[in-house]
Design a binder for this molecule. Structure first.
Ligand code: HEC
Ligand code: HEC
Ligand code: HEC
Ligand code: HEC
Ligand code: HEC
Length: 196
């Protein structure tokens, strides 16, 4: 017996998709502008942004910016796997065992650490399960001139200078395809690439 034709193998999952998509659309999943309240007020701009030292009214040097911590320090898998991953509390405690111990939210952080309880960060971006996405493929894709074709900012906006992470782009099929169709991206557009 011959294996099912390619058309059948594609048609079945797509049938499921159409129904699933209609149900999904009525369920209000995360969309552009979504910025859930997190268990700890973690502000990227106080950590990932460039430092901005100024002298305050009392003549004291204060940093209004961040500490230029690279994205990769906390999102360790972004060049290596499908998921960028979130940092575990011990990554925070590499610094916070000694730093910021007079700050309200750092004290809350201590509490999680002492209880051995993971911080239940709420997912901001969350594609439906029938969509395949892989960070590493995007981050490692190079143009002929040897430049990265995409950067975090192209999809996530200026996280580095933001107070809370929001969904900055539509993150729907049209948006993915709009970029994939650009000639300089040379990215695939077959249905099965994203729906496998
Ligand atoms: C010191 C650690 C740290 C650094 C550095 C860091 N992040 Fe994060 N990031 C986090 C934590 C913790 C969360 C979860 C809380 C939240 O969503 O605000 C997060 C959340 C995110 C999210 C949303 C995740 C989701 O649920 O969808 C994105 C996107 C993101 N970071 C991108 C970046 C980018 C881009 C950089 C570099 C410019 C960066 N981060 C640097 C710790 C970090
Ligand atoms: C590489 C070192 C480093 C890492 C890793 C790090 N931080 Fe920080 N964080 C700092 C420094 C430095 C400050 C500023 C402390 C100060 O101003 O006294 C800070 C400040 C903070 C503040 C207080 C902001 C304010 O001004 O009120 C919070 C909350 C915080 N960090 C949470 C986290 C969390 C959560 C993680 C892990 C996801 C983390 N940090 C990882 C270095 C780090
Ligand atoms: C081509 C677009 C694109 C680029 C570039 C990109 N991301 Fe993402 N990111 C996504 C999508 C799509 C999701 C949601 C994935 C899901 O729900 O399965 C996501 C989710 C995340 C999350 C949530 C946790 C996870 O792994 O799903 C973090 C954190 C994150 N991205 C960080 C980053 C960082 C840091 C960079 C740059 C080093 C980056 N992203 C570059 C599209 C992108
Ligand atoms: C800003 C541009 C951009 C956006 C937005 C984007 N992509 Fe891509 N995508 C690329 C590039 C570039 C490649 C890699 C092309 C190459 O080098 O082969 C790629 C490749 C892929 C691949 C192929 C992976 C593999 O295993 O070969 C998948 C799957 C994919 N993207 C899914 C998505 C999905 C799903 C979204 C939307 C949530 C998305 N992309 C948004 C630029 C983008
Ligand atoms: C570059 C990635 C990508 C490619 C290629 C792609 N899709 Fe999608 N598709 C998505 C994403 C992302 C969603 C989720 C949309 C959402 O949640 O709003 C989706 C959702 C869907 C849905 C659910 C209904 C809806 O609109 O939400 C159907 C049906 C679908 N795709 C069919 C297809 C078909 C047929 C093709 C080929 C012609 C295709 N897709 C190619 C990324 C892709």
């Amino acid at each position: 017996m011959s294996p099912p034709s390619k058309l059948v193998r594609v048609a079945i999952p797509l049938g499921v998709l159409v129904v699933g998509g209609l149900v999904g659309a009525t369920m209000m999943d995360p969309r552009q502008g979504y910025a859930p309240e997190q268990p700890i007020l973690f502000q990227h701009k106080k950590m990932a942004a460039m430092p901005n030292w100024v002298t305050d009214a009392n003549g004291k040097e204060v940093n209004l910016g961040g500490y230029d911590i690279p994205c990769m320090y906390c999102h360790t898998m972004v060049y290596k796997g499908r998921h960028a991953t979130l940092p575990s509390t011990d990554i925070c405690m590499n610094c916070h065992r000694t730093v910021g111990q007079d700050k309200e939210w750092v004290l809350v952080l201590n509490g999680y650490w002492e209880r051995g309880e993971p911080i239940a960060w709420i997912k901001v971006h969350d594609l439906p399960d029938f969509v395949y996405f892989d960070h590493s493929v995007h981050m490692n894709s190079m143009s002929d001139e040897g430049r990265n074709k995409v950067d975090c900012v192209d999809c996530h906006g200026d996280v580095e200078n933001s107070e809370v992470v929001t969904i900055e782009n539509p993150f729907n099929m049209g948006w993915c395809l709009e970029c994939h169709r650009k000639p300089e991206m040379a990215a695939p557009t077959d249905c099965v690439v994203c729906h496998r």
